[in-house]
Design a protein around this ligand. Structure first.
Ligand code: FPP
Length: 252
């Protein structure tokens, strides 16, 4: 024993070059449970442990925005029992976590077709959003009943209605206007998108917003993902050269 503490990935992160916004596709809960001979729901329950740890990691590091793909519009097509179990889990988790959010100055936010959620879930979510509204630390956004294509169509419809009512001119439609009509209108684009479970897909997640995001894929299944894995991904992000279409010479 040298008495020396193992260096964490966190210690190697340049705090001046943090991504402002990290988005995560939490995948692999079902496979994790199956690998242990358990029901899929067991994977989701353990996925919540990862959520808690990663939120804590984001807060400790000083990340401003964390957006989690919690339930897609397509997920409604899963077996009814699994959908019900996820909704129940959401209700109990959000209820339990409010105190933690207040202690850690986390503001809860949600994007997606929230009207589709069961009333109990919708109410619990809204209560947590209202309770944490004054918090100024990490903004934790849950994408729930979320489909990026639907979000884009919804924005197009909003804009069309504004044009129809004379509130907006066609010539005034630009990227900023379009963006402000998305659910994420008041959130900066993610600079880093993480997907767990070894799948290399975007799955209808934040398609507009990830135009310039760095993509990070890990084979770890979501219930095994911890803050240390988040730090590893951020470190990897910091090693990349972000050029935004320019040449290497121009950005250095
Ligand atoms: C993806 O794994 C996971 C989901 C669709 C559900 C994610 C939900 C949680 C982790 C609960 C979170 C709760 C809160 C309050 C944030 P999968 O089921 O698609 O796994 P598979 O690809 O192995 O089948």
């Amino acid at each position: 024993m040298t008495g020396k503490k193992e260096m964490s990935y966190k210690d190697k992160i340049d705090l001046l070059k943090l991504p402002h916004h990290v988005a995560i596709i939490m995948d692999g809960n079902g496979r994790w449970a199956k690998g242990k001979g358990k029901l899929r729901v067991f994977g989701h329950t353990n996925g919540v442990v990862s959520v808690r740890d990663v939120v804590e990691g984001g807060v400790d590091l000083g990340i401003k925005y964390l957006t989690l793909y919690t339930f897609s519009s397509e997920n409604w097509n899963r077996p009814k029992l699994e959908v019900m179990a996820i909704m129940e889990l959401m209700v109990s988790t959000i209820h339990k976590e409010i105190k933690n959010f207040m202690d850690k100055n986390v503001r809860l936010n949600a994007i997606g077709d929230l009207d589709m959620l069961p009333k109990k879930c919708f109410d619990e979510l809204n209560n947590a959003i209202e309770t944490t509204a004054g918090n100024t630390g990490l903004v934790l956004t849950l994408a729930l009943s979320y489909s990026s294509r639907r979000e884009i169509v919804r924005a197009a419809k909003n804009i069309a209605m504004k044009v129809q009512s004379g509130e907006l001119k066609v010539d005034d439609i630009n990227e900023e206007v379009f963006e402000s009509n998305l659910y994420t209108g008041n959130i900066p684009d993610p600079e880093l998108l993480i997907r767990t479970s070894g799948e290399y897909r975007i799955s209808n997640y934040l398609l507009w917003q990830i135009a310039y995001a760095e993509l990070y894929f890990t084979s770890k299944l979501w219930p095994d993902f911890r803050k240390e894995d988040l730090y590893e991904a951020i470190l990897d992000f910091q090693k990349r050269e972000r050029r935004f279409g320019k040449t290497s010479e121009q950005v250095n």
